[in-house]
Design a protein around this ligand. Structure first.
Ligand code: ADP
Ligand code: MG
Length: 730
């Protein structure tokens, strides 16, 4: 493509207006091909002897170690299935700390001593692999002389086949660890957190007389994203390098008419969504809903919830599918939290709950008063975990992209609070206010509204969309997670925090039962204590309001506005104590995470600064100069024909305006460079803070001048596709 600058814009508009929806031939019901590209229990049952199949299922469902004795048979069955389905290669598929996935393909093909070619796949190749780990971020945990890293098969997540243009690859979901066993990925801490949550939840359930074999955290992530035409994307260096526009005046029509949300989906986008779903179904990803989101060109996809480990893998795959399928439709997929200023950004609402191996949702109010008491215990334990570790939850969602969302008027703020809804609030308030003396448990349960919980908790009419952590009937919704984030870290942090609280609940409940005698009374008393202790975290009002910021401060809730101070929480004693005691991160793993996330933040901003200054110097300034030259020529011409000096003066004023903006642009650019130079420091936190509070505002100031020029400079001279084109023409 040789087009660039203003020619490019014309070319892009021309391309876009010619696009038609891409269709795919798919005459099958989804249920007929769902999970056809996964090594599913159905395939396992078909391919494996019964006892081996059972042993493997046990490993999958309970996280028990794989019985080494069966690995060879399992590897053989997997190889057969993979080759029957056209796979030539296999890989361990894992999630290093880059936030995206990694894979290194190996061929099944082996040539033996006689030169005979044969497809081979051994048990050890299934279970473990050794990619060169030295180029993945380790946060300084791994010296280069011991660069070895290992990927270890995670049997709890289904093995799947990835289709390529000229062949297929068998992908083995894996954890990634160092030679010394430290986690080098996001998945390992997540799996550990589930184990910890399970152990402590089981202790509580035991007091309720229940003994499921284990507890799972469940996750249903609602994924928001933008789609634009790839022709516009090709002309925006900022979208390519940073994932967001660093410049761009608002479109005259933005989202003010509120005509996009749940609006009818344009056929080109619908065709895209249908193909995405088709690809997801083949991989066994249970995609359920699709709709237009609030901002123009913004959409959402949500799957049915699954176990958190599988849901996390599936969300990573979904993001990849969304990206790849977009290309086939001449679309660009934007996963950044804030691709466009002035309209909504994108989040990933993490719907989370806990479920027993018997299939009971622990955050679902039950049919009997005792079930409801159990529900209340898990509810207050969750509140307690979030209350105690809100700083770490804030750290878990920190990124340069999410800084543009949190606290802006469209996304939950950086202050973590819990929304319960009016009905549940009333119940907790009643329990708190009620004096148990003399009352029987039965009339307690009735007078406190505990027996009516199932109906009232489901009543979501007063849904609060501004809360970062909201109860929605039978699950919590952690809404502050950014659209591009892996769900692994926020979910691991939540599991750890709630796991710790459940451990404490088990101890306190046991003591209470001894003291009070009556089980139900003991539970109500404990719930009362927790309702009081965690009251500060509950907020039912408008989280976007300025009053909430003031109120939260009075309550002592942390307001960690930007990424540097949020990530700084990972270096605190609180963080080390929680994460090491529950085994989710060791001290050095946590230290490494602090370093690599801080470095990631710094690099993000540095890339933005470099990209912005280049765009200003090579695209915006030249356009402004050309426009100025045209105006100057017009003035000279006007003078030459000898018109009234008043008329000349009015046009000289136009020249002065542009010249003034150019001067403003140059000084804002110089100020940005000065701020960036001043931010240099070996102290990561200091540097990150300078980038957040000095450099980022300098970028905004520079942008403001450029955006003023955009609405003054002759349209045909403006080199970058404009918001009105990007957002409304595809
Ligand atoms: P909403 O009203 O927020 O749209 P939905 O019922 O559509 O609620 O659910 C949103 C997401 O929450 C879906 O991914 C759904 O599967 C998930 N979800 C529902 N129940 C649970 C649960 N128990 N645990 C985790 N996620 C859940
Ligand atoms: Mg929702």
């Amino acid at each position: 493509m040789s087009v660039s600058g203003t020619q490019g814009r014309l070319w892009a508009v021309g391309e876009v207006t010619k696009r038609t929806p891409r269709t795919i031939a798919n005459g099958h019901k989804a249920s007929e091909y769902f999970a056809c590209n996964t090594f599913s229990p159905r395939v396992m049952a078909e391919k494996l002897p019964k006892d081996i199949y059972k042993s493997l299922l046990k490993t999958i469902h309970t996280g028990h170690k794989l019985d080494q004795g069966i690995a060879a048979s399992v590897a053989h069955a997997i190889k057969e299935w993979a080759i029957e389905n056209g796979c030539t290669h296999f890989c361990h598929w894992f999630q290093p700390n880059t936030g995206i996935t990694a894979e290194k393909h190996d061929s099944f093909l082996t040539v033996d001593g006689d030169g005979k070619a044969i497809e081979r796949f051994s048990a050890s190749q299934l279970v473990q692999s050794e990619p060169d780990a030295s180029s993945f971020p380790s946060g300084g945990m791994r010296a280069t002389f011991e660069a070895r890293g290992y990927t270890i098969w995670d049997p709890s997540s289904p093995i799947f086949i990835q289709e390529g243009p000229n062949g297929k690859t068998l992908c083995i979901p894996s954890a990634f660890i160092s030679y010394h066993g430290q986690a080098l990925d996001k998945k390992t801490p997540l799996l550990r957190s589930v184990e910890y949550l399970s152990q402590n939840a089981l202790k509580v359930l035991k007091l309720f007389g229940k003994s499921p074999t284990h507890i799972e955290a469940t996750l249903g992530p609602e994924q928001e994203y933008f789609l634009i035409d790839e022709a516009f994307y090709a002309l925006r260096p900022d979208l390519q390098a940073c994932g967001r526009t660093l410049l761009g005046a608002p479109s005259p029509k933005g989202q003010q008419l509120e005509d996009q949300y749940f609006g009818s989906i344009k056929s080109r986008v619908l065709a895209y969504m249908q193909e995405v779903e088709h690809e997801c179904f083949k991989l066994g990803i249970p995609v359920k809903t699709r709709h237009n989101e609030v901002a123009p060109s913004q959409f959402e996809l949500a799957p049915v919830f699954e176990m958190v480990g599988v849901a996390t893998d599936h969300n990573q795959l979904t993001m990849e599918i969304l990206r790849q399928v977009a290309k086939r439709h001449n679309l660009a997929f934007l996963i950044h939290e804030k691709p466009f200023a002035g309209i909504n950004g994108s989040g990933k609402h993490n719907n989370w709950s806990m479920a027993t191996s018997d299939g009971e949702n622990l955050l679902e109010p039950g049919a009997t008063p005792v079930d409801n008491l159990q529900f209340l215990v898990f509810l207050v334990a969750t509140m307690s975990g979030v209350f105690k570790h809100s700083r770490l939850l804030r750290a878990a969602i920190a990124s340069s992209g999410n800084d543009h969302r949190l606290g802006a008027n469209e996304a939950p703020p950086a202050i973590i609070s819990v929304f319960l809804g009016e009905a549940l609030t009333k119940v907790l308030d009643a329990i708190e206010a009620n004096d148990l003396k003399g009352a029987t448990t039965e009339n307690q349960v009735i007078s406190l509204g505990i027996s009516k919980l199932p109906e009232i908790a489901k009543d979501n009419t007063d849904r609060n969309r501004t809360s970062p952590f909201a109860f929605t009937g039978n699950k919590f919704e952690f809404r502050a997670v950014g659209s591009s984030a892996s769900t692994a870290t926020p979910m691991a942090t939540l599991n750890a925090a709630v796991g710790e609280a459940l451990g404490e609940v088990a101890v306190r409940l046991e003591e209470k039962i001894k003291k009070v005698g009556d089980f139900n009374k003991a539970v109500i008393e404990l719930v009362r204590e927790y309702a009081k202790e965690t009251k500060a975290i509950r907020f039912e009002g408008n989280n976007y309001s300025d009053e909430w910021v003031v109120e939260a401060e009075k309550r002592g809730l942390p307001n960690l506005r930007k990424t540097p101070e949020a990530l700084a929480q990972l270096a605190t004693d609180e963080a080390h104590k929680l994460f090491t005691s529950c085994g989710v991160y060791s001290d050095d793993e946590l230290e490494a995470r602090y370093h690599l996330e801080m470095e990631r933040y710094i690099k993000d901003i540095e890339i933005e600064v470099a990209c912005l200054s280049e765009m200003i110097s090579t695209m915006i300034l030249p356009a402004a100069y050309k426009h100025q030259a045209n105006l100057v020529a017009a003035v000279s011409n006007l003078k030459a024909v000898g018109v009234d000096s008043g008329l000349v003066a009015s046009q000289v004023a136009d020249v002065e305006k542009v010249a003034g903006l150019i001067a403003g642009l140059k000084s804002a650019l110089a100020a940005l460079h000065t701020a960036a130079e001043k931010a240099e420091s070996d102290d990561l936190l200091k540097k990150a803070k300078a980038l957040a509070y000095e450099v980022a505002p300098a970028m905004e100031a520079l942008r403001a001048v450029s955006d003023s020029l955009e609405v003054v400079v002759e349209d045909s001279l403006w080199p970058l596709p404009k918001y009105r084109e990007i957002l409304f023409l595809s």
